[in-house]
Design a protein around this ligand. Structure first.
Ligand code: PEP
Ligand code: MN
Length: 358
């Protein structure tokens, strides 16, 4: 079984940065009495702009090593260069993690994977800052190919230009879900601290991650969060972490409850036939669209007609709202359908253009 599936949730906690020996020891002491599998602390901090606190480097590794010896809590630290790996291994770090700003760079990821040849230490790979599932999967595969047998993904959200919907990093849930579909055995850990950027929302996002079948949580924890040298707004105290974990409802993918299973099976059969109807209807809609393309070709009209698209958005979202469906959802769905329809029509017009030019 994966090292990361030995507890559910698999909890990783500790400060954003290892600031002082006292802060490291105090946090590790508090966490060692709780259901926490790994103690995290940033040693080298990838800061967006120069001049912010960039970590204490090798000296902080000694504090971590002391915390491990004193409180018997396994350690994890972010590594971004082969030299970091060497130092982390020398100081007894048990699990390595790759930060979001490193995952975007395949050259650097490969250097790190090469530095681990012959060393089978568990590695956690944060999603890249941009919402690219292939890049995330690629980084994971580089470590798997290097012989790392315990790999986990960490979902920490994706950068956007503005803090839309109140997140520091957009969760984009379909991306970790797609990763899990492609790699069903992979453990996925959610980092609600970097997703939300604010401690008041950590509990809510942690619960959501559990309900989305995530395996674990990485939560930044500091004895005095408001005084933290980095990420002060999102860290929680060990007491708050304890409360968050105690209030989590942990649900399972499967059940032994026969009544529930029978009800679910009945509803799933209904849903299967509805889905079949939906697909048949979409196919019919595409056929109509091709017939329309013939008319547009004959009358020399464009495939895309902005006024018609505006009308579709308006009428379909009105209908959706009457069914309590969100406008954003239905518009997104129609964007996809309409785009495919236009693609088919463009192909018909393109052929007609070729004919004319012959
Ligand atoms: C962190 O965990 O403190 C960190 C720097 O994370 P990320 O790589 O997700 O920005
Ligand atoms: Mn942080």
């Amino acid at each position: 079984m994966s090292f990361f599936k030995t507890a559910r949730p698999f909890v990783i906690a500790g400060p954003c940065s290892a600031e002082t020996r006292e802060q490291v020891m105090e946090t590790a002491h508090a966490l060692s009495a709780m259901k926490v599998q790994l103690f995290r602390a940033g040693i080298w901090k990838p800061r967006t702009r120069p001049g912010s606190f960039e970590g204490n480097g090798p000296q902080a590794l000694e504090w971590l090593q002391e915390a491990k010896q004193t409180y018997h809590i396994p350690l994890t630290a972010e590594v971004a260069e082969p030299a970091h790996i060497e130092l982390a291994l020398k100081h007894g770090v048990d699990v390595l993690w790759i930060g979001a700003r490193t995952t975007v760079n395949p050259f650097q990821v490969q250097h790190l994977a090469d530095a681990l040849k012959g060393v089978d230490i568990p590695v956690m790979i944060k999603n890249p800052v941009n919402p690219d599932v292939d890049l995330w999967q690629g980084a994971i595969e580089r470590f798997e190919k290097a012989g790392i047998s315990n790999v986990a993904a960490i979902h920490r959200g994706f950068s956007g230009y503005s803090a839309a919907a109140g997140y520091r990093n957009q969760p984009n849930w379909p991306i970790p879900i797609e990763l899990k579909r492609r790699k069903p055995e992979l453990a996925i850990i959610c980092d609600p601290s970097h997703i939300t950027g604010k401690r008041s929302r950590i509990a809510e996002v942690s619960q959501k991650a559990m309900d989305m079948h995530f395996d674990g949580l990485m939560i930044e924890t500091h004895p005095r969060p408001e005084e933290a040298w980095s990420d002060a707004a999102q860290q929680v105290t060990p007491e708050t972490l304890k409360e968050i974990l105690a209030n989590l409802v942990v649900r399972e993918e499967y059940t032994q409850d026969m009544t529930g299973l029978i009800q679910l099976e009945y509803l799933r059969q209904l849903m299967d036939s509805l889905d079949a109807e939906i697909i048949d209807l979409v196919a019919k809609r595409m056929e109509l669209s091709e017939q329309m393309a013939e008319v547009k070709r004959a009358c020399n009209m464009t495939a895309y007609q902005p006024a018609r698209w505006r009308e579709i958005v308006e009428t379909r979202s009105e209908r959706a709202q009457a069914h309590q469906l969100s406008k954003e959802f239905i518009v997104e769905l129609y964007e996809k359908i309409h785009h495919e329809s236009i693609r088919k029509q463009l192909a018909i017009l393109e052929n007609a253009t070729k004919e004319i030019k012959k």
